[in-house]
Design a protein around this ligand. Structure first.
Ligand SMILES: NC(=O)c1ccc[n+]([C@@H]2O[C@H](COP(=O)([O-])OP(=O)(O)OC[C@H]3O[C@@H](n4cnc5c(N)ncnc54)[C@H](O)[C@@H]3O)[C@@H](O)[C@H]2O)c1
Ligand SMILES: [Zn+2]
Ligand SMILES: [Zn+2]
Length: 380
């Protein structure tokens, strides 16, 4: 089958790899209809992780069940499904508590909890930027979708970015009527903003320095804050009569940078501590890593951003972090899409054939104007 294969920093190929197949009785084989490129893939693409050469990328997958193993009973061939990026067993302590992003069984790397498809340090599972994908523990992991092809570009956000954006707002402690600052107007930040509005947030401010992405903020009835036009903290303080916001969401990650491109992993954490009110909450879904050999200074390389923890403590703020447990939210978000209340596809910018992936990664990585969210369609 054809797949997108990581070769080395900024080097990919779309090439033939061995077909995905049923390996365990609890597996399903999915024929991919849509698979997305994610901001998380760029950390690997840029060589900022230790993902192995030869890895098939792709953790944002949906499609149609092609075949199931002998122990699979709930889903069957022909079902249209969304595949959460988390690979979870369904029976460990974390899974039982609803935290599939910290499954204790599926990641064989010592000390690591939580697995994903085609992702550095998340287990040996090939990704779905391919014609077919093997899904372990299929009965537990797969989400049913209505058959046909309606809402394809909305449903394709259910594997990661929509639940992750929603998770950011839940981690922040959002309540109806709250004001919210979201840092990052990438797909995750935009859908955190959309999620905040769906949950009754009052003012939602979304910070970025990319104009094309800020232009999308208004589609989700939120207020763009352009970091090239001045300190985002000051802009939000002015917009909130000096009060700051009730909640903050971090949707940038450790490669946060200024408009000139200089990286500083502490930058957004500092701004959140400043802009969120005393006793307010901060949800961090942008990824931070335990070590980053390519980081801008020694502390950053050790995965220890030097951020204003003192301000955070003095203001009695709360913070929660981590990979999103997609299954906690994807069923409800699917139904909001079907009911017409949620429209996450507003941010999709490109729908391409899988064979165009190499060029698409290059353009998306350069954050070229208008390249917000790329969907790939294998033609199998
Ligand atoms: N926790 C999870 O489960 C989970 C899931 C998916 C993605 N992620 C992570 O979420 C983050 C965002 O993902 P994405 O797909 O939207 O990525 P993206 O790279 O497309 O978007 C990030 C945005 O942040 C902006 N940015 C950079 N520095 C900034 C700064 N200092 N202030 C404000 N904005 C800044 C960039 O211009 C960009 O638009 C990434 O770190 C990704 O790895 C986490
Ligand atoms: Zn993703
Ligand atoms: Zn588990």
């Amino acid at each position: 089958m054809k797949a997108v294969v990581y070769k080395g920093p900024r080097e990919l190929a779309v090439e033939e790899v061995p077909d995905a197949r049923i390996e365990d009785p609890t597996d399903a084989l999915i024929r991919i209809t849509t698979t997305n490129i994610c901001g998380s893939d760029l950390h690997m693409y840029e060589g900022r992780t230790d993902v192995e050469a030869g890895t098939v990328l792709g953790h944002e997958n949906m499609g149609v069940v092609e075949d199931v193993g002998s122990a699979v009973g709930r889903v069957s061939a022909g079902d249209r499904v969304s595949v959460p990026f988390n690979i979870a067993c369904g029976t460990c302590r974390s899974c039982n508590e609803g935290w599939t992003s910290f499954c204790e069984r599926t990641n064989p790397i010592d000390g690591m909890q939580g697995a994903a498809y085609g992702y550095a340090n998340m287990g040996p599972y090939p990704g779905g930027q391919a014609e077919y994908l093997r899904v372990p523990y299929a009965d537990f992991n797969l989400l049913d979708l209505p058959s046909g092809d309606e809402h394809e570009n909305d449903f394709t956000t259910l594997s990661d970015i929509f639940p992750t954006g929603w998770h950011g707002t839940r981690l922040s402690g959002l309540e109806p009527g709250d004001t919210v600052a979201v840092f990052g107007a990438g797909p995750v930040g935009l859908l955190a903003a959309h999620s905040a509005r769906l949950q009754g947030a009052r003012g939602v401010y979304v910070v970025d320095h990319q104009r094309d992405r800020l232009a999308l903020v208004e589609r989700f009835e939120c207020a763009p804050i352009d970091a090239t036009k001045g300190d985002p903290v000051e802009q939000i303080m002015d917009a909130t009569a000096g009060l700051g916001v009730d909640r903050g969401v971090e949707a940038v990650g450790w490669q946060a940078h200024d408009p000139q491109g200089d990286e500083d992993p502490a930058m957004v954490l500092d701004e959140l501590a400043q802009v969120v009110k005393a006793h307010g909450g901060i949800g961090v879904v942008g990824v931070y890593v335990p070590e980053d050999p390519g980081g801008p200074n020694e502390l950053a390389q050790q995965g220890r951003p030097a951020w204003s923890y003192g301000t955070f403590f003095s203001k009695g703020q709360q913070m929660a972090t981590g990979q999103a447990p997609v299954k906690r939210y994807n069923r409800q978000l699917r139904d909001l899409i079907i009911d017409g209340r949620a429209k996450p596809s507003e941010l999709v910018s490109h729908e391409l054939d899988l064979t165009e992936a190499v060029d698409a990664y290059d353009k998306f990585d350069k954050r070229l104007d208008g390249w917000t969210k790329v969907l790939l369609r294998p033609s199998a």
